[in-house]
Design a protein around this ligand. Structure first.
Ligand code: HEM
Length: 511
């Protein structure tokens, strides 16, 4: 009896697989990895959520650069080559300009109204217009250059003050913490006109924000079971996640409402006397609220502020930690960068943002870091609003798109020795882009609006650290394991030994 059952089960399985394959072919859908488990689909590929980009790159090695996955009941397109990415983000840019409606984005993203999660349409377009003309425009970025310069100086001073008394002494620092505080202060000052990390004592705001970030990061990422299994909603299985995210949202909302209220009070005190240099993003948005209160509601303002602070802080500090790590691992490249800075900037002054045009090798280092360790190894998901064609396959409407940026930027068929840090490969490359094979800030309508700001902050900070200090790793064999969460982190934070360069010591001591 058991044998007969086994034979029937085998016949059923083989027929099922062949029918599915034939159906896929007949419908011209992309190849699908085997097995597609009942109900779960391919969720088993996400066993190690900290290295999903690597697991998905293996899938693409086996099934090709355009693959269809089933994440539970959600049809997903996985793309891992430059030409397939071009199909999605250029030829079908408008079709893929949507984002999927995920439960976390609904609760934490002010009901899909913030810039990152808003559906493609008038609201999102308005957000992008405000970002590019009012908040992140080249003019505003130049007006607020003093903030970035101040904060970099403050980091240099904090490092210097950390050194023990006496000549030629060194000290050790966990560089990521220092860099996170720097990017957070830059963003907070640009957004709300105040820094939250002080010289020595941590402010109440800093404690509150750190705790909020910790809760957000431990909440398990952007996805929840209900995003893959629609029946969760009807069985009440989303409740636990909803409760957890609602609790985090209430605290975040209060944090941002306090910031907005504070700036509203300041504006009342100042009247029309606000110096453009002190006009932070919240003040700009509150000014717009006066002329168009129907659009610029409190929630729209808080949503914008929240997303700019979250996206602008973690990404840039992670990239800089990787860049410093790579420089310590490759001292000859570090020396070459230092020589370039000495030659073009010298020792009589600190590097400034205007110098970055004259430091092409530093830009190559940043690009090579962004290639190997992109802040968004899998680009935040998009979703198709119509049927379209990618890599010759038919992609149905409502498919979630995952572009494996890490796989594209580390593809051995495209890049010579991709796991080797070779900034020289970016010599003669203008900016931070090579077609679709290198696009760390994404491409098309949903590409990163903060690219200009990020390149200024990263260039200035990294250049200043190289110019002012000598660096050395604590471990001989530096751990290079990555962990992808909100951005691509170094799994083991870098501990670095530093001391001021002789040529710069007097200068730094006077900051
Ligand atoms: C090294 C730093 C950064 C990297 C590598 C980076 C990369 C990216 C990438 C890959 C995307 C997704 C593009 C897509 O979905 O197709 C993105 C989106 C976004 N980034 Fe950045 N980013 C960085 C810094 C910043 C900064 C400083 C800000 C703001 C101050 C920012 C704000 C945003 C926003 C709001 C979006 C969502 C855009 C939309 O959906 O329309 N990013 N970024």
């Amino acid at each position: 009896m058991n044998e007969i059952l086994l034979v029937f089960a085998s016949i059923f399985l083989v027929t099922y697989i062949i029918t599915k394959k034939l159906l896929n072919k007949y419908q011209n859908l992309p190849p699908t990895p085997f097995p597609t488990l009942p109900i779960l689909g391919h969720l088993y590929l996400f066993r190690n959520p900290t290295q999903i980009h690597r697991a998905l790159a293996k899938v693409s090695d086996r099934y090709g650069p355009v693959v269809q996955l089933w994440l539970g009941f959600r049809r997903t397109l996985l793309v891992s080559s430059a030409s397939a990415a071009e199909d999605c983000l250029h030829h079908n840019d408008v079709i893929f300009a949507n984002r999927p409606r995920l439960l976390g984005a609904k609760i934490l993203g002010y009901d899909y109204t913030n810039m990152l999660w808003a559906p493609y349409g008038p609201l999102w377009r308005n957000h992008r217009r405000i970002a590019s003309t009012e908040i992140l425009s080249p003019h505003r970025l130049s007006l607020l250059a003093h903030i970035r310069s101040d904060e970099v100086k403050s980091l240099l001073k904090r490092l210097y003050d950390h050194l023990p008394e006496g000549d030629n002494h060194d000290s050790t620092v966990e560089i990521k913490t220092a860099l996170f505080e720097l990017t957070n202060n830059v963003m907070m000052r640009m957004i709300a006109g105040k820094r939250i990390y002080g010289e020595k004592v941590e402010s109440e705001d800093a404690k509150r924000f750190k705790l909020l970030m910790k809760e957000l990061l431990s909440s398990g990422g952007a996805f929840s079971g209900g995003d893959f299994f629609p029946f969760f909603k009807y069985l009440g299985l989303n409740k636990a996640n909803e409760k957890k995210w609602n609790a985090i949202f209430v605290k975040f909302d209060k944090f941002f409402q306090d910031l907005v209220n504070e700036q509203r009070e300041k504006m009342k005190e100042e009247g029309d006397d606000c110096d453009p240099k002190n006009k932070n993003m919240i003040k700009v948005l509150l000014g717009l609220q006066k002329t168009d209160p129907g659009y610029f509601t409190e929630d729209i303002i808080k949503g914008l502020v929240m997303i700019l602070l979250l996206t602008g802080t973690e990404t840039s500090s992670s990239i800089m930690e990787w860049a410093v790590t790579l420089l310590l691992k490759y001292p000859e490249i570090h020396n070459k960068a230092r020589k370039e800075i000495d030659q073009h900037v010298g020792h009589d002054r600190l590097i400034e943002e205007q110098d970055l045009h004259n430091l092409p090798y530093l830009n190559c280092i940043i690009n090579e870091t962004l290639r190997m360790y992109p802040a968004a190894p899998i680009i935040p998901p998009h979703e198709s609003s119509e049927d379209c064609v990618v890599g010759g396959y038919r992609i149905p409407q409502g498919t979630m798109l995952n572009v494996n940026l890490w796989a594209i930027q580390n593809d051995p068929k495209v890049w010579d020795e991709p796991s080797k840090f070779k900034p020289e490969r970016f010599e003669n490359v203008e900016g931070n882009r090579i077609g679709y094979k290198f696009m760390p800030f994404g491409s098309g309508r949903r590409a990163c609006p903060g690219q200009n700001l990020a390149t200024r902050v990263v260039g200035l900070t990294l250049g200043s650290l190289i110019q002012c200090f000598q660096w050395e790793a604590v471990e001989e064999d530096i751990d290079m394991v990555e962990k992808s969460a909100v951005s691509m982190w170094k799994a083991k934070p870098l501990q670095a030994i530093f001391k001021p360069r002789n040529e710069m010591v007097e200068f730094i001591s006077l900051i």
